[in-house]
Write a protein that binds this ligand. Structure first.
Ligand code: ATP
Ligand code: MG
Length: 421
């Protein structure tokens, strides 16, 4: 993409009311626009990041037999009343509205109830199970605090998955299979080493639920971690009983600020019992389905990645989610020959399938480099009059600052889409 055609511009300043580093940088670099507190639009660059994260999650959910669908944002009051969760005293994040034709609707903050209800139309026998379905949905939540930028939105994208099983064994097997699947997602995003399966407050069925907590200064959670033993405990369940049951002492754990990037809940049969989601088992008896729910905060992850990897110059994207792999920065573009030469490099890289953002704007080198640092693409290739004359391309790795000088041939070999640089 040619940067001259990108409608977003970088900015020196973030909005004065934006306190979070992630949102400040994302706004300044042109990834997102702030509509109001906790509500952000995703602009072309930001959308590419979101789509890349979604694709990684999609691949890993498909690998554990997840089937993708998309539920509605508007939800029926009566359904949530049937499980006792319409009441604002019970669920404190509801956005609600009323229909002109009469009656109330809720804006989806979660989809456990609607999906369970919908499944009644498709599941009747143990032979229909197991099933796992997931979606990427914009959730609407009337969050009290919205000071963490995109890490806590009032409107945000979540991947939520729901499993339905006919017996405890297959249910527990599925539940366990989501842990390595989730860890694969976080590894692919470059935060695997800093993300821990964490014991947290339980669902209906089990003593603990499991959260995926990533070490992050800007996170809102406190997690007690022992890296060597791979044990992590949310402060909300840190007590003598928990420590004893996990065979660890308080002294072995380090208090750490973390962000919850995902969580998994085991409902047992409770949720289906509440909803009346029943199947016939092998003996012909009607039993409530075993259910689990599995969330990942897609847009929260955007914020976590910015918070963790940014430096004083701007954003530093992990390659797996960067909107483009290469920032091609053309200098001396007032010289038509240099400009033509640089255009040629752009087209060749594109032809090789490399994702390139081409800064073809007529600006000073200093401004271009500052923008490039702010936007944070993994590699910067600088092309100038000197490059054209000497045949050497300067390639800068954003994360390490490493500078290499490559010939044109080396450049194409290096950025061939199949290679792993
Ligand atoms: P939190 O404790 O942070 O409020 P939660 O317990 O409400 O999270 P879930 O309802 O289970 O979380 O949502 C699943 C995932 O969605 C969370 O693990 C988190 O990554 C993400 N998430 C939850 N609330 C928000 C929000 N307001 N903005 C962005 N992401 C969110
Ligand atoms: Mg919440």
């Amino acid at each position: 993409m040619r940067q001259s055609q990108l409608f977003t511009k970088t900015r020196k300043e973030a909005p004065a009311d934006e306190a979070a580093k992630n949102a400040q940088l994302l706004i300044r670099a042109g990834y997102i626009a702030k509509e109001m507190a906790g509500v952000y639009s995703y602009l072309p660059l930001g959308l590419r990041v979101v789509e890349k994260i979604k694709q990684i999650v999609r691949e890993e959910m498909n690998a554990i037999a997840g089937q993708e669908l998309i539920m509605t944002a508007l939800q029926r009051k009566e359904l949530w009343e049937s499980t006792g969760r319409w009441d604002d005293e019970v669920v404190d994040v509801w956005f609600k509205s009323s229909l002109k034709a009469g009656g109330e609707v809720g804006f989806g903050w979660s989809h456990e109830e609607p999906i369970g209800e919908m499944m009644k139309g498709y599941i009747s026998s143990y032979k229909d199970l197991p099933i796992s379905v997931y979606q990427f949905q914009t959730k609407l939540r009337n969050e009290m605090r919205a000071k963490s930028g995109v890490m806590r939105g009032r409107e945000f994208v979540m991947k939520d998955m729901y499993s339905f099983c006919a017996d405890e064994e297959s249910h527990l097997t599925y539940y366990e299979s989501t842990k390595p699947a989730y860890m694969k997602v976080f590894e692919r995003l470059g935060i695997g080493d800093d993300t821990f399966v964490t014991f947290a407050a339980g669902g209906a069925f089990t003593k603990f639920s499991h959260e995926f907590q990533t070490i992050c200064e800007a996170g809102e959670d406190i997690t007690y971690i022992n890296k060597e033993k791979g044990i992590a405990i949310n402060e909300e369940v840190l007590n003598d009983e928990t420590l004893e049951s996990l065979g660890i002492t308080r002294e072995e754990l380090t208090e750490t600020k973390t962000a919850e990037v995902g969580n998994i809940f085991n409902f047992g049969q409770q949720k289906a019992e509440d909803l009346g989601l029943m199947v016939k088992n092998k003996d012909g008896e009607s039993i409530p389905v075993w259910m689990g729910s599995y969330g990942i905060g897609i847009t929260r992850l955007v914020g976590v990645l910015v918070e963790k990897f940014a430096d004083e110059k701007g954003i530093v994207w992990p390659e797996a989610v960067a909107p483009f792999k290469v920032h091609l920065v053309g200098l001396n573009s007032d010289d038509a020959e240099v400009k033509d030469f640089t255009d040629g490099i752009y087209l060749s890289l594109k032809e090789k399938g490399v994702e390139v953002l081409y800064d073809d704007r007529d600006l000073r080198a200093g401004e271009k480099f500052a923008d490039s640092d702010l936007i944070g693409l993994p590699y910067r290739i600088v092309v100038s009059r000197k490059t054209k004359e000497e045949g050497k391309f300067e390639v800068v790795t954003r994360a390490s600052g490493e500078v290499r000088l490559l010939t044109e041939e080396e450049l194409y070999n290096d950025f061939d889409n199949d290679s792993n640089t």
